[in-house]
Every structure is written in structure tokens, then in C-alpha cells.
Design a protein around this ligand. Structure first.
Ligand code: RP5
Length: 164
């Protein structure tokens, strides 16, 4: 696969996951993090999935965000073939409320970690990727601190409304 200027790769098992996964892309865009997004199904496109995982680091990516629903093997399989951090997003489907996706992603064997966010928690996946990149970027750390200060101010304002 070709080299990329993207720092974060967002992949998902189906285009039907995009309404959830686009929240990760939006979070990355808020922090001006270059990213790419694609469908790389573990079950329907196993060869492409392995190629994506194996080439991710040498292509220039630093973090992979992988989302899937149901028998959600994509994040774990990518984690098995890349040294990069993988953030897993359990996508909720019509049945089981996403519990199937969550357990498929979170129950990884020792040695092959996937940082799993909440069911449908793609925004946090994007924000976690920002924090991973911020560990080696003082500028990004400052922006994350400012973002957290905004969160606090918003929560305080809401408290003021409730208190009256
Ligand atoms: C999973 O199957 C995908 O990640 C998606 O969440 C689910 C359903 O896919 P479609 O049938 O909508 O393509 O692999």
C-alpha cells in the first residue's frame, strides 16, 4: 500500500459503520490531525485487512482506529499484525444492543491489546488517538488541555442552570 501523510487510519468492517465511525474523523479534524478512512472487512476482505495492518506503520500511520459490529474481529486482527496502538470501536447493530460487538473487541488475549471504547464511542476513539499523538507533541498537549478546560466550563455552566 502507498505511503500516506495521514497520522491516524480509521477503518471499519462496512460502510454501514460510517455513521458511527465518522465521529472519530470529526474529533481528529477538530485537532487538525491528518487521517484516512476506509472499509477493510476482516471477514469479507481478509487479505486486504492483513495488508492494511501489516503496512500501516511503514506507510506512516501512528494510530489505527478500527470499528466493527456483531462478530467484530477487525480491531483484534489488526492488532495482531501491527505494532501500532489500535483503538477498537464496538458498533451497535440491530440485535443485542452492541454487546456482541463490545465483547468481541474487548476480550483480547494477553499480549495483543486493543484499547476499547464504549459501544458507539467513536468520538472518544478519535480523542484518545489525539492524546496518544499528544504524548510526543507539546503543542497538541496544550490543545488537549484547552479542550478539557472547555469541557469543564460547559459542565459548570450546566450546573449553574440546574442550581438556578
Ligand atoms: C460487520 O458487520 C460490520 O462491521 C458491520 O458492523 C456489520 C454489518 O455489515 P453490513 O451487513 O451492514 O455490511 O462486519
Amino acid at each position: 500500500m502507498a505511503e500516506t501523510s495521514a497520522r491516524v487510519g480509521i477503518v471499519m468492517g462496512s460502510d454501514s459503520d460510517w455513521p458511527v465511525m465518522k465521529l472519530a474523523a470529526e474529533a481528529l479534524a477538530e485537532f487538525d490531525i491528518a487521517h484516512e478512512a476506509d472499509v477493510v472487512s476482516a471477514h469479507r476482505m481478509p487479505e486486504e485487512m492483513l495488508e492494511y495492518g501489516r503496512s500501516a506503520a511503514s506507510r506512516g500511520l501512528s494510530v489505527i482506529i478500527a470499528g466493527a459490529g456483531g462478530a467484530a474481529h477487525l480491531p483484534g486482527m489488526l492488532a495482531a499484525v501491527t505494532p501500532l496502538p489500535v483503538i477498537g470501536v464496538p458498533v451497535p447493530l440491530k440485535y443485542l444492543d452492541g454487546m456482541d460487538s463490545l465483547l468481541s473487541i474487548v476480550q483480547m488475549p494477553a499480549g495483543v491489546p486493543v484499547a476499547t471504547v464504549a459501544v458507539g464511542g467513536a468520538r472518544n476513539a478519535g480523542l484518545l488517538a489525539v492524546r496518544i499523538l499528544a504524548a510526543t507533541s507539546p503543542e497538541l498537549q496544550e490543545r488537549m488541555s484547552a479542550f478539557q478546560a472547555d469541557l469543564r466550563a460547559t459542565a459548570q455552566e450546566k450546573g449553574a442552570v440546574v442550581r438556578g
